[in-house]
Write a protein that binds this ligand. Structure first.
Ligand SMILES: NC(=O)c1ccc[n+]([C@@H]2O[C@H](COP(=O)([O-])OP(=O)(O)OC[C@H]3O[C@@H](n4cnc5c(N)ncnc54)[C@H](OP(=O)(O)O)[C@@H]3O)[C@@H](O)[C@H]2O)c1
Length: 241
């Protein structure tokens, strides 16, 4: 068995029925892990079952629903690697002063969902296991109109550092994607490719990333037993552009 194998490991990916989470579930299953991927909508669940080809389990759960999360962890029994890649909140992309307090607060549902996943999942984690959360480049690359992404992403990154200190030897890390071509941009419709090209034109790597490229970052922090409390940027150099 290669040292990179996840053979015999239990991996739970909340927000694992589309995009980055789905690519992570598939990559972990391809490396031999027993994987549970979860999301809310039946349409994403159906698509994930199709993508899995039976190589991983797909379940329904919302990051805000502790009971549904616990049912997945109970089914797994013990968890070696816990991932939350759910979007989990409504973001209003307008300048801060043009948002209502309610709109700004709604973006934090992502953080509260991640907190819930960690609280409910922690009792099931193996001592040599890991937790990986997903932030996003706006956490450290500030642009006008993105304060909800920046503030929530930065909170996720700091939560990870706190958890890494408090939960050691369990390893806790965060992966920060740049602009990635996922369902998140489906609202652009037929203009999706053109819009993504425009959004990434000034990045060091001038294209949107793929879910599979970000999944490689998530798999890296699961596999490497000496990595904890860190942020892995998979962003085509967006932070520096
Ligand atoms: N794509 C990007 O450019 C980008 C950039 C920076 C950061 N990110 C971050 O990367 C993560 C993954 O994004 P993505 O682009 O892969 O999104 P995506 O393609 O929309 O997939 C999101 C996944 O999370 C699930 N989900 C959303 N809300 C959930 C909730 N409350 N509870 C459980 N599952 C939930 C979705 O299924 P359901 O909707 O059916 O529940 C889906 O499976 C997110 O945290 C996002 O903020 C993405």
């Amino acid at each position: 068995m290669s040292s990179n194998s996840l053979e015999g490991k239990n991996v739970v990916v909340i927000g694992g029925t589309a995009g980055i989470g789905l690519a992570t579930a598939k990559a972990a299953a391809d490396l031999g892990a027993k994987v549970w991927a979860a999301g809310r909508s039946q349409s994403h669940i159906d698509r994930a079952i199709e993508v899995s080809g039976g190589s991983f389990e797909v379940r329904q759960a919302d990051t805000h629903d502790a009971e549904a999360l616990d049912a997945i962890f109970r089914e797994a029994g013990t968890v070696d690697h816990l991932v939350s890649a759910a979007v989990g909140g409504e973001r209003t992309l307008k300048p801060f002063l043009q948002q209502t307090q309610e709109q700004f607060q709604a973006a934090y549902d992502k953080l509260w969902g991640y907190c819930n996943v960690v609280r409910v999942g922690a009792p099931y984690l193996e001592d040599d296991g890991s937790i990986t959360l997903v932030s996003g480049s706006p956490a450290r690359k500030i642009k006008p109109g993105q304060s909800p992404l920046s503030c929530v992403g930065a909170s996720v990154e700091n939560l990870v550092r706190c958890l890494a200190v408090e939960m050691a030897p369990i390893r806790v890390n965060v992966v920060s994607p740049g602009t990635i071509a996922t369902a998140m941009f489906d609202h652009f419709g037929e203009e999706k490719d053109e819009k993504l090209s425009g959004m990434t034109a000034t990045h060091l790597i001038k294209r949107a990333g793929t879910s599979e490229e970000v999944a490689q970052g998530l798999i890296f922090v699961m596999q490497n037993k000496y990595v904890t409390g860190t942020t892995v940027d998979v962003d085509g150099g967006r932070i520096l552009s």
